[in-house]
Design a protein around this ligand. Structure first.
Ligand SMILES: NC(=O)C1=CN([C@@H]2O[C@H](COP(=O)(O)OP(=O)(O)OC[C@H]3O[C@@H](n4cnc5c(N)ncnc54)[C@H](OP(=O)(O)O)[C@@H]3O)[C@@H](O)[C@H]2O)C=CC1
Ligand SMILES: O=CC(=O)O
Length: 291
């Protein structure tokens, strides 16, 4: 199977390498074109523009940072829309809001193409291991056709119906994750400041009802102040912002998520946006606690 792949950031690079390893022919494009070179070493071809990739491939997957990037790659000069046509499918796996997804879907469909949104749950390591959870919505026939690729990228794919449902599901999940990360950071800091061993706190948490993969994975690195990015903090804050907007639309009060969003904004203002989202822990350390 031949696929195009647009966006070779932390996730896109790992995902396209997996496809290559499993025998897919992959044509890649990235805004910073030099990032394509490593993929060529793994057997990929390069497309000079998103339009060139879509022209060459029946199916094109995108994994881009945010709504603005997702739209730019479709609508701008040399973008996806210039070459999408009947018989071609576009699969956007970026985390965006439902409005962005719908706008892209309508434009693709107006040109005769098929569209699927398919954001993913799981971070750098699950992307490298082909263990993502795929939250797809849109054209059901395209979903069936692209399943062989999803089976390489993920451990489970959900088909959630109409375009927008994938985006919403992903935002709800990440809203919960961002709120949990803040509660976790506060707990680690509270343990430390009140004279407890935070390492022992991790052991206690792991044995109880709120044990979870995120605490287990991030706890030890947070205690070493290691925030090497797996999921960049700026993207987590984007997800909180988009989830809060979804809450606005549906009149759902979300005081916990709103507070978590403020903490991620604070972290961005401290210049931590490109670090892992667990670096929100540093916002607590930055507070004056001298009294
Ligand atoms: N990292 C993670 O753990 C997870 C991330 N996600 C989501 O996946 C998406 C990608 O994340 P991730 O790979 O971590 O992000 P990165 O920041 O590592 O990569 C972002 C990608 O988007 C491209 N990009 C940014 N702006 C534009 C633009 N205006 N036009 C064209 N391309 C652009 C970048 O290109 P360039 O190289 O030129 O900057 C790069 O390829 C995001 O939506 C994120 O929320 C979902 C699950 C997990
Ligand atoms: O979006 C991030 C993730 O870990 O999932």
């Amino acid at each position: 199977m031949e696929v195009g792949f647009l966006g070779l950031g932390i996730m896109g690079k790992a995902m396209s390498i997996n496809l290559l390893r499993r025998g897919f022919k992959v044509t890649v494009w990235n805004r910073t074109l030099s990032k394509c070179d490593e993929l060529v070493e793994h057997g990929a071809s390069i497309g000079e523009t998103p339009a060139a990739v879509v022209k060459k491939c029946k199916y094109t997957i995108a994994m881009l940072s945010d709504p603005s990037a997702a739209q730019s790659v479709v609508f701008d000069k040399d973008g996806v829309l210039e070459q999408i046509s009947t018989g071609k499918g576009y699969i956007d796996m970026s985390t965006v809001d439902a409005e962005t997804s719908l706008k892209i879907s309508e434009a693709i469909k107006a040109k005769g193409g098929d569209f699927l949104e398919a954001p993913v749950s799981g971070s750098k390591k699950p992307a490298e291991d082909g263990q993502l959870v795929i939250l797809a919505a849109g054209d059901k026939a395209l979903y069936e056709e692209i399943l062989p690729a999803f089976d390489v990228l993920g451990k489970k794919s959900f088909y959630l119906g109409e375009v927008g449902n994938g985006a919403k599901m992903k935002l709800v999940v990440n809203m919960i994750m961002g709120s949990m990360m803040n509660a976790f950071s506060e707990g680690l800091t509270l343990a430390e400041r009140s004279g407890l061993d935070p390492g022992t706190l991790l052991d206690v948490l792991d044995l109880g009802a709120i044990s979870n993969g995120m605490f287990k994975l991030k706890g030890p690195t947070m205690l070493k102040n290691n925030y090497s990015p797996a999921f960049p903090l700026k993207h987590q804050q984007k997800d909180m912002r988009l989830a809060l907007a979804l809450g606005d639309e549906n009149a759902v009060p979300m005081p916990v998520a709103a507070a978590a969003n403020e903490a991620f904004k604070k972290a961005r203002s401290l210049g931590l946006g490109d670090l892992d989202f667990s670096a929100v822990h540093e916002t607590l350390k930055a507070l004056d606690h001298s009294t």
